[in-house]
Design a protein around this ligand. Structure first.
Ligand code: FES
Length: 149
């Protein structure tokens, strides 16, 4: 009996590992953390990449796990939460910009997200990344915790 229980437990552990990265449509709610508006002067050297279309950078302040910023066009910078939308409570559920610069990804289970709207394009994620409201006034970018999606 004991051996049977032991085997059953081992099997459960194995299945948990195997299926941990499969799509889970009953996933945890995405945690939200209110934050005060963040103002960034894009002429500062740290943010210079955001001065041209297609540029991006990540900041560690704001959101649950920081924010990825993407210069969409001359008048728009998009702001995405870095907490992955798939199994967001996982310690490793943090999104980065892929080394190609063409999209965002979470190396945890290899979910990928597109710049346009943070929607998933591959991997187990099925919800978009949380997108925060931004406004650009000259070279001053303001990000608020108002959620757009
Ligand atoms: S936590 Fe696995 S893909 Fe994001």
């Amino acid at each position: 009996m004991r051996a049977f229980i032991h085997k059953a437990l081992n099997l459960t552990a194995l299945l948990t590992i195997v299926f941990a990265c499969d799509s889970d449509l009953s996933d945890d709610a995405i945690p939200l953390a209110p934050f005060d508006p963040i103002q960034i002067n894009l002429t500062l050297p740290t943010y210079v990449s955001l001065m041209s279309t297609g540029g991006y950078t990540a900041i560690n302040s704001g959101g649950t796990r920081g924010i990825i910023l993407y210069r969409k066009d001359i008048s728009t910078v998009l702001a995405f939460e870095r907490n992955c939308s798939y199994q967001p409570l996982n310690a490793c559920a943090t999104v980065e910009v892929h080394s190609s610069g063409l999209y965002m990804n979470d190396a945890c289970c290899n979910s990928t997200f597109r710049w346009e709207d943070g929607n998933p394009t591959g991997g187990p994620a099925w919800r978009p990344l949380v997108q925060y409201s931004t406004s650009l006034n000259g070279n001053v970018l303001t990000i608020t915790d108002q959620i757009l999606n």
